[in-house]
Design a protein around this ligand. Structure first.
Ligand SMILES: NC(=O)C1=CN([C@@H]2O[C@H](COP(=O)(O)OP(=O)(O)OC[C@H]3O[C@@H](n4cnc5c(N)ncnc54)[C@H](OP(=O)(O)O)[C@@H]3O)[C@@H](O)[C@H]2O)C=CC1
Ligand SMILES: O=C(CO)COP(=O)(O)O
Length: 337
């Protein structure tokens, strides 16, 4: 089987390593031909995944056409705001029997669309799957045990991708809740920036636990308003990914937050990280979406003010603490009192 991976950033490369180690022939494309040349010559992605040997079955290619032409599976591994641009480039190159797998975790700015919705706009006749969950590229590429989830509208598509991606070190579960899996994967990045800010300000474990727990509450509120199943947020794409992103040294979202908490400006933080920090754009799109749907998302709203209106993070924390007092879980309060 041949698989085409679009985007040789850290995640595209790590997934390329996993699939080629499993014996598939993997073509890896990137818009930057120097990266591809360097990958083919040195067998390492020095910029995005240093220290990981790229197997011989992982082949860098220079054109998107060459990458997808003979592939049965096409993996889209670019940042979320670039998914539409890549779909534009794929127009006329895709056959209806090819399965498209989205790895991007974000919500599109301007349309508030999930990534599978963007892809479906361009390729309505193709089967589409989404792979998500707690999975840092630095660990997956080094065979560190990881568990993720794959979702699709069709059970067969999810199970097909499960079979292709699963390894003894990369356990893949299926979940039919496309909305829940995509919302969990996208919105946890907002909470991870907030958790990083808390660390950068020198706050403690209590603060972070509060942010994570109240964070999953607002993620689930948004998800349910969009039709997701509440229990998905108790799973790998929900609390699982939230835990790893809020606590890992590998998380770019958390690291960006730490720099903001230490007093850096957003532009300075992003320039220092030099990789995508999905939570920034997703804060904008989620803030707009929550406003439109009338969903209360206090952490997202405060982060929006910090990122885009220059609010001092310390005032944001105290404004969160001083909100009017309320029940922890409204449904339980109504049921039991
Ligand atoms: N890294 C991880 O551990 C994980 C990441 N993800 C998700 O995967 C997605 C990709 O992230 P990741 O690989 O980490 O990002 P990186 O920042 O590591 O790499 C992004 C890659 O996408 C390329 N790119 C950026 N814009 C475009 C564009 N318009 N057209 C084509 N290529 C483009 C970049 O090219 P260039 O160098 O030229 O800018 C780079 O090769 C994100 O949504 C992320 O949330 C999900 C799970 C784990
Ligand atoms: O989604 C991820 C891990 O599951 C990657 O998170 P970061 O983009 O914050 O590094």
């Amino acid at each position: 089987m041949r698989i085409g991976v679009l985007g040789s950033g850290s995640w595209g490369t790590a997934i390329g390593v996993l699939l080629s180690k499993k014996g598939y022939e993997v073509n890896l494309w990137d818009r930057n031909s120097e990266v591809i040349e360097s990958i083919n010559q040195t067998r390492e992605n020095i910029r995005y995944l240093p220290g990981v040997l790229l197997p011989a079955g992982l082949n860098g290619v220079n054109t998107i056409d060459e990458c997808v032409k003979e592939a049965e599976i096409i993996v889209i591994a670019v940042p979320s705001q670039a998914v539409r641009k890549v779909c534009e480039q794929l127009r006329g190159l895709i056959r209806s029997e090819q399965i498209l797998v989205s790895l991007a975790k974000g919500i599109e700015v301007g349309t508030s669309k999930r990534m599978s919705q963007v892809i479906e706009e361009y390729f309505p006749d193709n089967r589409i799957a989404v792979l998500s969950g707690p999975s840092h590229a630095e660990e997956v590429s080094r065979d560190i045990p990881t568990a993720v989830v794959v979702t699709s509208k069709e059970r067969e598509t999810a199970e097909c991708i499960q079979d292709i991606f699963i390894t003894p070190k990369f356990r893949v579960y299926t979940n039919p809740d496309v909305v829940g899996v995509e919302i969990g994967g996208a919105v946890k990045n907002i909470i991870a920036i907030a958790a990083g800010i808390s660390d950068g300000l020198g706050y403690g474990d209590n603060t972070k636990a509060a942010l994570m727990t109240r964070g999953i509450a607002e993620i689930a509120r948004l998800g349910e308003a969009l039709g997701a199943e509440y229990l998905t947020f108790a799973g790998l794409a929900g609390i699982g990914d939230l835990i790893v992103t809020c606590t890992s040294i590998h998380s770019r979202n958390r690291r960006a937050g730490m720099l903001l908490g230490q007093g850096k400006k957003l532009e300075e933080a992003l320039a220092e990280i030099r990789m995508v920090v999905e939570g920034v754009n997703t804060t904008r799109s989620t803030y707009e979406l929550a406003k439109k749907l009338g969903v209360d998302m206090p952490i997202t709203s405060e982060l929006y003010r910090i990122l885009f209106e220059g609010k001092d993070p310390r005032y944001a924390v105290s404004d969160l603490m001083l909100r009017s007092k309320t029940h922890e879980i409204e449904e339980i309060a109504v049921k039991m009192w």
